[in-house]
Design a protein around this ligand. Structure first.
Ligand code: BGC
Length: 813
């Protein structure tokens, strides 16, 4: 447990201390409710849903009152103006006849002082679950006489800086929960299971007990209860699809053997993450597939054209609602690439699109284009003759639509295919973030028609980083001293940014590489996560603005009332990028109202393992879905001038010792899985800021990682924005250039800003900014940091500030 954060008081004050009015942003309740509902995934339905208004429903499980709305930590901790519990949602927003006897029993128990559910005040010590009310068998029997249907709610918290555990009450049911399920499924013929969880937990109990329907509700934000009522009553037809696989058992997940290491985490499963693994090697270990989700209606998908143009494939299809109620369907297009010498995953999602709401009998024609970039694989060893290149190997490329079959698994329907005669080089990259030690990875071995798990030993790579860095050092801008050029002139276009930067002293350049020194700075809204930019008086005098940051994916985490939206996983399950963008546009309105420059969102690490404590904040096990969702969030957040800040770049897939842990992986896994989502997000939505992760990747902390931030992000992908650290960094010396340490090592990598700027939570600077000597101690010395590198970072930060200023001005006009 990381106690550093407790001292820093990152966890916000209790609601009583919140300042300001309970403003409800116009249009937000509707969008929050809609997205919470669209994110819910119907996994099973034997006809009991939607609930019939004539039937009486008994609701079991304390989370009907103590509903989980969001996870804990920086990705939660938002103070919504209101929140609708499951019980309130059912009571107030639907025509469901609730069983009052059961309801009263829960109310009495939950509101008794000894049973009050509390998240506690201590960072990282939040509960994993709330103990269930012990159920009397007589109450269940009486309820079964009075009502036709039982709804059972199982709730699980999720949180930062810790993992879920393979224990009862976390990944597994508690005894009391299992007793409740056993009793209720015994007495009721019709039972609906609702999972109010941030993470996927063990689902094997759904095979042991008979449920008529199963719904993954997730953590739905402030409108959670109303959204659930909409789904249960059929006011909203479920259209969510799973963004991660639900396996039969924990040990079925390919990362299970390696997840949770204290010092390192070997990504042995390589590219075979989630459904990529199951579809290749273990189809029968899936309970519910990635992409799976049922509806109250049925759809027919008819491919009508497939064109293979030069570097894109184009699919046209017609989706028809063949059932009796209106609904939306998600078109999911999967690739089956030729096995080749690299070995490929059995299926890869290459495109998805949600239809509009189709009335019964109505249809929509949809055309989807897929570029070769999404069909290629990264050859990290040169087996194809093209090392460090995205290649399409020769062979047949087949496409399928994934359709939810009653089995719980996706069925794949043929959507066309084409033959690639000779290998195609799609994009030549370069080696980056190579292995610093040997590792064994899983590969696919094909014998005849059979594909089996094989192992491949990857050697440590020769470290050529120093050469790469030295070859690419920037040119210094000749220092002019103060010429009286103000930053406003740069924003207006009457002075160049270079001329402005040329004036800056080393002390000013240094201040631009750091935040002011702690969270909750007086120059930003109360509860901000820190500021950077023009807090240093000489910079302020030149007109550089102070840039205010706040968390985080679930809304704006400050000491003010702000909207609480569904968790990232729920949003991803909507498969509806337009809805997610519209939702974040409303968050943009709140950012503007609170004068915030950077929202530390979206969180977009990959769901590598179901135990990761922050999965709830993140979108999916699939990089395409993560990338598209993140891009939608970024477009929404940035629509009024503020910046998004996708995080945590990259491979922050475990919380245990997250700032000490080394993610050891092949370049292929890094590029295809852990960076792909960020790449899509950067290329499609141009975030203005990005946050690095706490962990190391192949031995190098992300906040020192030149290859990650300069070679890949900026050079290969063309990223133009600024890069900040996650909160604080680990001190060390640069192995390639031992003269450099800490901030100098970081600036050389082009990780521009240390946030919040001080040495650590225990070392907050009460008086504000205090520079240390590590950045400037080697300037001008042989092998030391160069002024040109400081200027380059200043350019990155100031062009960000300029964009923010100009975009805000435009919004005001
Ligand atoms: C988290 C980030 C968050 C930051 C500021 C860190 O602990 O990892 O996601 O944005 O704190 O609160």
């Amino acid at each position: 447990m990381n106690t550093e954060f407790e001292q820093n008081g990152l966890q916000q004050e209790l609601i009583a201390d919140i300042e300001g009015e309970r403003i409800i942003t116009e249009g937000m309740p509707k969008l929050a409710r809609k997205s919470a509902a669209e994110g819910m995934v119907l996994l099973k339905n034997s006809g009991v849903l939607p609930l019939n208004y004539k039937e009486k429903v008994a609701v079991f499980g304390r989370c009907q009152i103590d509903t989980f709305y969001v996870g804990y930590g920086s990705g939660g901790d938002v103070h919504p103006p209101y929140q609708v519990s499951i019980l309130d949602g059912l009571r107030e927003n639907s025509h469901i006849k609730l069983n009052r006897t059961v309801q009263r029993a829960y109310e009495k128990w939950c509101f008794a002082p000894e049973n009050i559910a509390s998240p506690g005040k201590e960072w990282g010590k939040w509960p994993y679950f709330y103990p269930e009310m012990p159920l009397e068998e007589d109450l269940v029997s009486l309820a079964a006489e009075e009502s036709e249907i039982a709804v059972i709610i199982i709730g699980r918290a999720a949180g930062e800086d810790r993992e879920n555990r393979l224990e009862k009450g976390s990944y597994y049911l508690t005894d009391e929960e299992e007793r409740m399920i056993a009793l209720v499924t015994k007495k009721f013929e019709k039972t609906v299971l609702v999972m109010n969880c941030g993470n996927i937990i063990d689902f094997s109990f759904t095979q042991k007990y008979e449920f008529s329907a199963i719904l993954m509700m997730w953590l739905g934000g402030m409108e959670a209860g109303s959204a659930l009522a909409d789904i249960l009553t059929g006011k909203e037809n479920p259209s969510g699809k799973l963004s991660a696989t639900i396996a039969k058992e924990y040990t079925d997940y390919p990362s299970a053997a390696n997840f949770g290491g204290q010092d390192e985490n070997v990504y042995e499963e390589d590219i075979y993450v989630g459904y990529r693994y199951f579809e290749t090697f273990a189809k029968d270990r899936v309970l519910y597939s990635f992409g799976y989700g049922l509806s109250y209606t049925t759809f027919d998908i008819e491919p009508i054209a497939f064109k293979n143009k030069e570097d894109v494939c184009e699919f046209t299809l017609v989706v028809r609602n063949t059932g009796t109620v209106a609904g939306k369907e998600v078109i999911q297009l999967y690739l089956e690439a030729p096995h080749g010498v690299l070995g490929k995953e059995g299926k890869r999602l290459v495109a998805f699109r949600k239809t509009e709401e189709l009335l019964p009998g109505k249809e929509q024609e949809i055309t989807i284009s897929v570029s070769n970039e999404l069909l290629a694989s990264f050859d990290d060893t040169g087996k194809t003759g093209h090392p460090h290149t995205w290649v399409m190997e020769a062979g047949e490329y087949w496409f399928y639509f994934g359709v939810s079959a009653p089995s719980g698994r996706l069925a794949y329907r043929n959507a066309g295919g084409h033959d690639v005669k000779i290998p195609l080089v799609v994009h030549k990259a370069e080696s980056a973030c190579g292995l610093h030690k040997q590792m064994e990875r899983i590969v696919s071995v094909k014998e005849g028609e059979n594909v089996m798990v094989g192992k491949e030993l990857l050697p440590a790579q020769e470290n050529l980083l120093a050469d790469r860095i030295l070859e690419r050092l920037p040119e210094e801008i000749a220092v002019t001293g103060n010429q009286g050029i103000r930053f406003e002139e740069v924003c207006e276009g009457t002075a160049s940014l270079e001329a402005f930067v040329a004036q800056l002293t080393d002390a000013e350049l240094q201040a631009l590489t750091r935040g002011e020194g702690a969270t909750d700075r007086p120059s930003g809204v109360a509860g901000n996560t820190g500021v950077y930019g023009g807090f240093f008086p000489p910079l302020k005098e030149k007109g550089v603005p102070v840039l205010v940051t706040t968390d985080g994916p679930a809304g704006i985490r400050v000491k003010r009332y702000t909207s609480l939206i569904p968790c990232g996983t729920a949003l991803a399950c909507t498969f509806n990028t337009a809805l997610v963008e519209a939702l974040f546009e409303k968050i943009a309105v709140e950012l503007e109202r609170l004068q915030i420059d950077v929202l530390l969102s979206p969180g977009m690490n990959i769901h590598r393992n179901p135990l990761c404590g922050r999965n709830f904040e993140y979108f999916s096990e699939d990089p395409l879905l993560s990338g598209k969702m993140a891009a939608a969030a970024v477009r929404g957040i940035q629509c009024m001038g503020a910046s998004a800040c996708p995080k945590h770049f990259a491979a922050n897939n475990q919380e245990v010792r997250r700032n000490k842990n080394d993610s050891v992986m092949s370049e292929r896994a890094l590029r295809e899985i852990y960076l792909r989502g960020f790449e899509i997000c950067v290329k499609e939505s141009s975030p203005k800021a990005i946050m690095t992760s706490y962990n190391k990747i192949n031995g190098v902390w992300s906040h020192y990682n030149y290859d990650l931030v300069t070679t890949v992000l900026r050079k290969d992908w063309g990223y133009q924005g600024m890069v900040m650290t996650d909160w604080w960094m680990q001190k060390t010396t640069c192995p390639e250039f031992p003269m450099l340490r800490d901030n100098a090592y970081r600036v050389r990598a082009q990780v521009d800003v240390l946030m919040p700027g001080n040495d650590g939570p225990g070392d907050a600077y009460p008086q504000g900014y205090e520079p240390d000597e590590t950045l400037l101690e080697t300037i001008g010395k042989r092998d030391g940091i160069m002024r040109a590198e400081l200027q380059r970072t200043a350019m990155n930060v100031l062009s960000f500030a300029k964009e923010i200023q100009n975009a805000k001005k435009k919004t005001e006009e």
